[in-house]
Design a binder for this molecule. Structure first.
Ligand SMILES: *Cc1c(COP(=O)(O)O)cnc(C)c1O
Length: 710
């Protein structure tokens, strides 16, 4: 019996529902929703880089309606929409039960970058990805929460490699029409426009809203016709330009962000500064209070009670410092509203307020005007207390008021499709509701629930998918092995080999090429026919970081012109999509930063839930996560004082762990060909790491420790 065709009304509802769904990033962490978009046009899905809004634009309304007469498809659309609506309307969230008072007055979370998804490339690296994951979990938990950032219309750069293996940068213009963002409108339906004083000018800006589940994130955009061109270009690129651009971007973000919230009638209970870039927001909070009649001191005290600050790096260059003359220039007009002398203002950003030669530091400003501050791992908390002790004269290091909350990841958002499908089959339809719990991962670690064979089959599938992804990319990158007249790009990488991944920003302290210091030994390991090892690298260097670019050049050179060819590849244009392929498909996630400069690190957390294990220096999160059974360590919980000695020792220890532990364990197979002990470690990874290092746990900690408290 044929089913009754859908009525026009039913079709309208489904079509409208799909459009609504495409414009809420919830779909990026729902498997069913993703499958719908990819199925509507598999080719557009790939070519448009998984952009749901753009995919829907590819289909005529006529086609979409015709397709929805396939009742099986229509039913799946209905189910996904039902799940989406249930999510959006849920009134029994963690917040309702535990933090109800945060509902009316949300947390305003300011970050210069947010990494949500590969189609909205407005993040430079881990900081932005963390902000994105924080937001997704805030939504899952039902927290009252709004994000503030900038709409960079050229985003962060796209990486290409020239014939000298040198990184070059290019930029794609983002088209708001093809992105999951919506204009913020005023009462008359026109774009809401606000002003901020920068230099001697009134700079106008508008805003775009990104819907991240239940949470709105507002992106400020200065590209308005009434602004002079150089102000329009303030929101051109992530961390673009020189320090003048930088300070102006930060004025827009911090001061403009508060103005936007006020214009929308949002009254946050807490202003959370994710890194110092947004710290100018404290000035606007002070200005509001002095304008209402408070003294400067009173205003500072009250502002402090409203603000919270998270510092993210011990690396000096990660802390913005501006000269007094640049401060003077950028704030010359704004300052007059502050009822405070220039020297008092500059003092807010100085460790020694009277020292006229000291630069104005955004981290200092944020620390001075927050009720609480934290680092992003236990060790980083400790390092930060040392670093900023001089701000708190008379206090012993342990008394410096900087705590820590260790970073995490948004698990459902990071899991690759096959992993989600696997868990759905194993744990049932409601697996996502349990995925952050320890009990869930204890179950997944139980051999009675998941057999060694099943885990091994999954690992093979994920590795195979990564290798095919790499081969496709390498073909596009123009790297091919020829054999006679044939291109044999399938000869690059071996689906049976122990696959080691390294991908992150190529900041020099992360020491990407460290492992190749032992070049001969590494070549030997790669060529070992019975126990082969191979490497996949990716990452971007900051456009002005020539040392980082030299590291990239070195790795690519090794991959093309040495005996490592075929066993070492470099995947260009690292981003969230490449990251997901790599953390899921590799067997080992390598991290060898110069301790203690990796404040937390998060890419290794993304690996664990796929059964990819960490081999890492005991820095940042790994120092807390590693217990001797759930992955591999390089060296111990100390580091030598001299950098040279550290590099030498770490390189030796890296090779030692690799050859004495990792490789033997991976290749120790039983009669069925299964590496039982390796899989035992994967079970320990599931059990002891995956539920610990989530943003679900992290945001709950922020809420209980900082957002709720005074
Ligand atoms: C997770 C992630 C990072 C952070 O990686 P770390 O190893 O923690 O520095 C950077 N970039 C992208 C695209 C990521 O997904």
């Amino acid at each position: 019996m044929a089913k009754k065709p859908l009525t026009n009304e039913e079709l309208n509802e489904l079509v409208a529902g799909l459009h609504r769904l495409s414009r809420n990033l919830w779909w990026t962490w729902d498997q069913g929703a993703q499958e719908l978009f990819s199925e509507l046009s598999p080719r557009a899905w790939q070519n448009l880089y998984h952009n749901s809004v753009a995919v829907l634009h590819e289909l005529s309304d006529y086609e979409l309606r015709a397709r929805l007469q396939d009742q099986y498809l229509a039913e799946r659309v209905r189910l996904v929409l039902k799940a989406f609506d249930a999510y959006m309307g849920d009134t029994a969230t963690w917040t309702h039960k535990n933090a109800a008072k945060l509902k009316a007055n949300p947390v305003a979370y300011f970050s210069a970058e947010f990494g949500f998804h590969e189609t909205l490339p407005i993040a430079a690296g881990g900081l932005g990805v963390l902000a994105g994951d924080h937001t997704k979990s805030a939504s899952d938990l039902g927290l009252g929460f709004v994000g503030i950032s900038l709409f960079y219309r050229e985003g962060y750069f796209q990486q290409a490699i020239d014939h000298n293996n040198w990184q070059t940068e290019f930029y794609n213009l983002l088209n708001p029409k093809n992105l999951p963002i919506e204009p913020v409108l005023d009462d008359t339906g026109e774009p809401l426009v606000c002003q901020v004083e920068i230099g001697m000018n009134q700079v106008s800006f508008r805003a775009w809203r990104v819907n991240v589940g239940r949470v709105p994130v507002y992106l400020l955009d200065a590209d308005l016709a009434k602004n002079e061109q150089h102000f329009r270009d303030l929101t051109l690129r992530v961390y673009g330009g020189d320090s003048t651009t930088r300070i102006m971007q930060e004025v827009l973000l911090g001061i403009g962000g508060v103005k936007l919230l006020r214009a929308m009638g949002i009254a946050p209970s807490t202003f959370h500064m994710n890194e110092g870039h947004a710290a100018f927001l404290t000035l606007e909070l002070i200005r509001e209070k002095t304008a209402a009649g408070k003294t400067f001191q009173e205003a500072c005290t009250e502002t402090r009670a409203q603000c919270l600050f998270t510092t993210h790096t011990p690396v000096e260059a990660g802390h913005d410092r501006f000269s007094p003359s640049l401060m003077d220039y950028a704030l010359q007009r704004y300052r007059t509203g502050l009822t405070v002398s220039t020297s008092e203002l500059l003092g807010l950003g100085r460790v020694h307020p009277q020292d006229q030669s000291e630069l104005f530091c955004m981290t200092v400003l944020a620390l001075k005007l927050s009720r609480a501050a934290n680092g992003v791992s236990e060790l980083h908390g400790r390092v930060s207390r040392h670093m900023w002790q001089s701000l708190y004269p008379g206090k012993a290091v342990e008394q410096v008021p900087i705590g820590h909350i260790t970073n995490g990841i948004h698990l459902p958002g990071w899991m690759k499709g096959p992993m989600r499908q696997f868990l759905r089959r194993k744990a049932g339809e409601d697996w996502e509701e349990q995925v952050n719990s320890e009990a869930f991962w204890q179950k997944m670690a139980d051999p009675a629930v998941l057999s060694d064979e099943e885990i091994w089959a999954l690992r093979y599938r994920l590795r195979r998918e990564l290798i095919e992804f790499c081969r496709r990319r390498l073909l596009i990158q123009g790297q091919r092995l020829t054999q006679g007249d044939y291109i044999v790009f399938d000869a690059l990488l071996n689906p049976d080999a122990l696959t080691i991944g390294f991908a992150r920003r190529f900041a020099t302290y992360k020491r990407a090429p460290l492992i190749f210091q032992q070049m001969e030994n590494i070549v030997r390991l790669c060529h070992d026919k019975s126990r082969p090892v191979q490497f996949i690298f990716a990452g971007k260097a900051h456009p002005r970081d020539d040392d980082g670019k030299r590291y990239i050049q070195h790795v690519i050179h090794l991959s093309k012109y040495t005996e490592l060819k075929g066993s070492l590849v470099f995947i260009e244009n690292y981003d969230i999509h490449v990251a997901r392929q790599m953390v899921s498909g590799c067997d080992i996630w390598l991290n060898n930063p110069r301790r203690p400069l990796e404040a937390s690190g998060t890419s290794g957390m993304k690996a664990g839930c796929h059964g990819c294990m960490n081999l890492s220096i005991l820095d940042g999160w790994w120092r807390e996560g590693y217990d001797g059974t759930n992955g591999f360590a390089i060296g111990d919980d100390t580091h030598p004082a001299s950098v040279e000695e550290q590099d030498r020792l770490d390189s030796v220890n890296l090779f030692k762990s690799l050859t004495e532990q990792v490789i033997p364990l991976f290749y120790q197979r039983d009669a069925q060909g299964i590496p039982r002990q390796w899989i035992q470690r994967i079970r320990r990874t599931f059990e002891t790491l995956v539920p610990q290092f989530t943003t679900d746990r992290m945001v709950k900690e922020y809420a209980q420790k900082y957002y709720l408290g005074k």
